[in-house]
Ligand binder design. Sequence first.
Ligand code: WT7
Length: 655
Amino acid sequence: MSANKAKTHPIPITATKSAHVPDMDAYRQLVAEAEADYSGYWSRLAREFLSWKTPFTQGLDDSRAPFFTWFEDGTLNVSYNCLDRQVERGLGDKTAIIFEADDGQVTRIDYRELLARTCRMANVLKARGVKKGDRVVIYMSMSIEGVIAMQACARVGATHSVVFGGFSAQSLRDRIQDAGAVMVVTADEQVRGGKQLPLKAIVDEAIALGGCESVANVLVYRRTGGAVGWNASRDRWLHDEMQAQSPACEPEWVGAEHPLFVLYTSGSTGKPKGVQHSSGGYLLHAALTTLWTFDLRPDDVFWCTADIGWVTGHTYITYGPLALGATEVIFEGVPTYPDAGRFWKMIQDHRVSVFYTAPTAIRSLIKAAEADESVHPKRYDLSSLRILGSVGEPINPAAWEWFHQHVGGGHCPVVDTFWQTETGGHMITPLPGATPLVPGSCTLPFPGIAAAIVDETGNDVPNGQGGILVVKKPWPSMIRTIWGDPERFKSSYYPPELKGCYLAGDGAIRDAGTGYFTITGRIDDVLNVSGHRMGTMEIESALVSCTELVAEAAVVGRPDETTGEAICAFVVLKRTRPSGEEARQIADKLRHWVAREIGPIAKPKDIRFGDNLPKTRSGKIMRRLLRSVAKGETITQDTSTLENPAILEQLAQKN
Ligand code: WT7
């Protein structure tokens, strides 16, 4: 798709009144400032946005490229910047978090109380032996306590690693082990869509799998009071522990490069990688993008619907909004419970003014609203909304228009924010008030981000021609390394042929006229299903680990109307190829197996059985052909190099 043909939306008037970046001239001025003195530009912002214990003397240090550092000799504490600072500024009584539980019950917490509870929890961590530099795994539901756990780690200088509550015991074990965590923070259960789902039991199962000997303590937040197994030498109730601690805790001042967190994400090969982020550079971009991209104002009510288990929740729930002293909504449940009007009702009830969500959610709520008028956004008072945001995957123009029209009443800018776990914060995004919007385009780089499109040899391609999305200069919130694997960091993100550019892993095209970016999707074997990132290799490994049944498996993505992409698995069984009811039963068994190995989000939507897979004579699986088969396309490509061309017809049959 070319951005040229799409309709340009005039900048809605509500956004232009005194926006932080008020017009394109202001945008260009910032871009020019960064071009003139790159390190100086970010250093100016780092001084303005963050409170330093010891000021830094140097911005960027590129002497150990691609291991770049920012503000390295400065010291600070992230939780001080998010909490104490707000209380010192007189915002102690301001609501920090409005929490809405799955059942609709609302809890508010102000900055003073959030600080006190973070301090209590930080003291619990210290009392249980957690020291600066230790890793703490957080396996929690969406809750105020989840945010407090992250902030408490930051306060004592521990590096947190949040694992999304939908991952299996096996995945959790792998992450605990890779991080060498000394503690796990969890809840007894989580509540989603009216159902109570286990968390503590999965932690027990993960530890029982072995390899988690580093874990000395498991802290358990009591959410539901449901029955849990208990190991008295290891398990502690969070409320008991916090009660016994003081609500004051001196922050641990750390260097700007100190690892604030490691967050696991999928790559094209091997196991998930631990993306390591810094403290100073990361927090700078979290705060700066929250302010400029959402044009955040003191009286805004900000709601990011992401889970804290993903990077969006880290940057736009736990860190960015709090670093600015904002009021934000946190939601425990799911958008379709008790009905698909839940988001609209919550916007109405809490007078949400900035709403940030994912295209998948929008698409499924469009479907629901079309099927049932009573959950259509027009049935709710959404007049508090000022700005809308989208994240996680490309937003198709039709969904963009619906979001803009029916949720935003035609007057709220939609910011389509492109970024990644590795980038820490927004990379390419409109700035409301400044950037004319084009549905389906994430528009222009955030001021100071050197995004570009190149060919396989790292040379620029002209606008209007697609290529590989790269970032030509290091930026403050970029990934620092892959936890424990610096070589994999280098080869994944700085391949030699790209001449020192950061490789994002996406394809992109710039409009010939406007220079606007449109992301065309991953160029590696990474899938994006409902905004969840997964490696095809991971799912293949999970399938073939079912050794009783599976001989061989290949996984590809195919476009899906609601989830963006859907997982399609081609499987060769150890027994003869099943059909009919039997095939469906085995497919279900394999879906369960994958859910157990990775998590329910990795379950293949389609499973097709074949006597073999399409291979070249040298034995290489032709994924390109499998992608066509998955889409239901007639194969027009040349199949003469195939060892077994007839197999394609067999694989085209659905179960
Ligand atoms: C991948 C990163 C960004 C935080 C949540 C996902 C895709 C993300 C957009 C967008 C088109 C997008 C890319 C990217 N993606 N945002 N606005 N338009 N594609 O983080 O799990 O690290 O996934 O999500 O393919 O590489 P992630």
